[in-house]
Design a protein around this ligand. Structure first.
Ligand SMILES: *Cc1c(COP(=O)(O)O)cnc(C)c1O
Length: 382
């Protein structure tokens, strides 16, 4: 099923997932095989010859991922970082320059700073919410603008349509890491982006039980180049990982609605708590990116950060006192997580201009009962 007039939830449940023609299996089987029998040399039965190159379970996931972003092509990878590596090495050549968010995902920054730099790729971190700053950072060799919105952990918002226009005017491409929003809340390709990247480990998988990544595009040439490197370098997900991710996708719409409902309620409770000094959530009218977020997102998602009275110690205390919010890195699962960015996910930014406030706490709000989540946070804060 490829009809693109279907609504989001229908595409999530059906695209790439027709019942198995030979057995009637309603669910896409886990094709745990490395190779495929041929009827005479080159006589492929279903188009598959070797599972690094292609596997039916992965193909189902890839078709579905494309449909979720309203795109022609999807490619699944072993992790978000494998997708990032493939995107960078496909879209950039030695001597090229890429603009990245000044609060880019740490792994993306590390790959550019510690690996790609040795291969002659230059990068400039910029606050992407400031389009003039992005324009000022463009060099003659800028070939790619790498966008995250909302960002981690301060939930900054970048205007995808404006940045796409700017990138294209200087002969660069625009990629959006859409991990934080998920394809349900934000459709970057419709706003002019050339490529969407996901860590499917987060909201797309949604159950904190599998690592994966994706590249999605409607550009045939780029897709072919992604596919070439996907096969040449081989950072592919196994069939069980592809199946788990596909299983997660089926409920993406209902999960994102509940994540957004719960986060709005949690945000409201945080705003009213005397020990909370500031709340960072794009759904709040006073958030500097609120207007742009309202324009380009369906809702505001499940990530919220806040600062507490009493500095680092108070923030660490809150993180260690919740019971329902599990103290852990990562995000996007059905269960709520809490973390201290300064000492955990963003430790590597300490002492740099990208350092995050020490009194900052980040929540990935899950889909439990909102009242229980609020009571848990209030008890930890009191
Ligand atoms: C987690 C994450 C990644 C990396 O994905 P992995 O699946 O952990 O390799 C990239 N970008 C963002 C925004 C992320 O949150």
């Amino acid at each position: 099923m490829t009809e693109d007039h279907y609504g989001f939830a229908t595409r999530a449940i059906h695209v790439g997932q027709d019942p198995d023609p030979t057995t009637g299996s309603v669910i896409v089987p886990i094709h745990a095989t490395s190779t495929f029998a041929q009827d005479g040399v080159g006589g492929l039965r279903g188009g598959f010859e070797y599972s690094r190159t292609g596997n039916p379970t992965r193909a189902a996931l890839e078709e579905c991922l494309a449909a979720l972003e309203g795109a022609r092509h999807g490619r699944a990878f072993a992790s978000g970082m494998a997708a990032t590596d493939t995107a960078l090495r496909t879209m950039l050549r030695p001597g090229d320059h890429v603009i990245i968010p000044n609060d880019a995902y740490g792994g993306t920054f590390r790959l550019l700073d510690k690996v790609m730099a040795h291969w002659g790729i230059e990068y400039t971190p910029v606050a992407l919410a400031d389009v003039d700053a992005v324009r000022a950072a463009v060099r003659p060799n800028t070939r790619l603008v790498w966008v995250e919105t909302p960002t981690n952990p301060l939930l900054h918002i970048a205007d995808i349509a404006l940045l796409a226009e700017l990138a294209h005017s200087v002969d660069a491409r625009l990629l959006v890491d859409n991990t934080f929003a998920s394809p349900y809340l934000q459709s970057p390709l419709e706003l002019g982006a050339d490529v969407v990247l996901h860590s499917t480990t987060k909201y797309i998988g949604g159950h904190s039980d599998v690592i994966g990544g994706a590249l999605v595009t409607s550009d045939d040439e780029l897709n072919a180049a992604f596919g070439f490197l996907q096969n040449a370098a081989g950072a592919v997900p196994g069939p069980f990982d592809a199946w788990l991710t596909l299983r997660g996708i089926k409920t993406l719409e209902v999960r994102m609605e509940k994540h957004s409902d719960n986060t709005e309620k949690v945000t409201e409770a945080l705003l009213h708590h005397p020990k909370v000094t500031k709340v960072f959530y794009p759904g709040l009218p006073e958030h500097p990116g609120h207007e742009v977020a309202t324009k380009q997102m369906r809702r505001y998602g499940g990530m919220v950060s806040f600062t507490v009275e009493g500095g680092v110690d108070a923030a660490l205390r809150v993180c260690s006192r919740t019971r329902l919010f599990t103290l852990a890195e990562s995000l996007g699962g059905v269960e709520s997580l809490i973390e201290h960015p300064g000492r955990m996910t963003h430790l590597s930014t300490a002492g740099s201009p990208l350092q995050v406030p020490g009194d900052l706490v980040r929540l990935s709000v899950g889909i439990e009962s909102a009242d229980d989540l609020i009571a848990d946070l209030v008890a930890a804060l009191d």
